[in-house]
Write a protein that binds this ligand. Sequence first.
Ligand code: NI
Length: 171
Amino acid sequence: MSENEIIDGGLEVLRYPNPALKKKSEPVEVFDDGLAKFVENLFAAMRAHDGVGLAAPQVGVLKKVAVVEYDGKSYVLINPKVIDQKGIQEGEEGCLSFPGIYAHVTRPQWVKIEAQDVTGAAHTYEGEGYTARAFLHEMDHLNGKVFIDYLSNLKRTAIKKKLAKNTGGHF
Ligand code: NI
């Protein structure tokens, strides 16, 4: 194991347009040590890349698992769902699978979600502002949706061109 693998949990963050990012993830049904270790590694990878959230499909695992860490609070989101939402917020959003890309995305200002932890216990979390944005962004990943899907075709095409340039033309 290289030094880098220890720091980032041994998980490689996939970049758009990796096909895993467009696939719908499966619900988690088994809550075992493997799941707990995977969640630990997701947090490690997220922190290694200075992210505020990371979802399993971003590391090629098509399971409904995501982590969020913002404002000193950490959240494990397994099989998450939105229970309630209010208001609207406008703001810039980025994603570890789209390095250097930020775009304006409209989201609810407040959400109440329900999610399981690594033991399978259910919790409800309320998120306001950027926390709400992070919850919804990660939950989108679990449904095969990425933030540029909210943009106009014109803006999306410009971002795809920029990404292709950044990665030396690999589509
Ligand atoms: Ni993302």
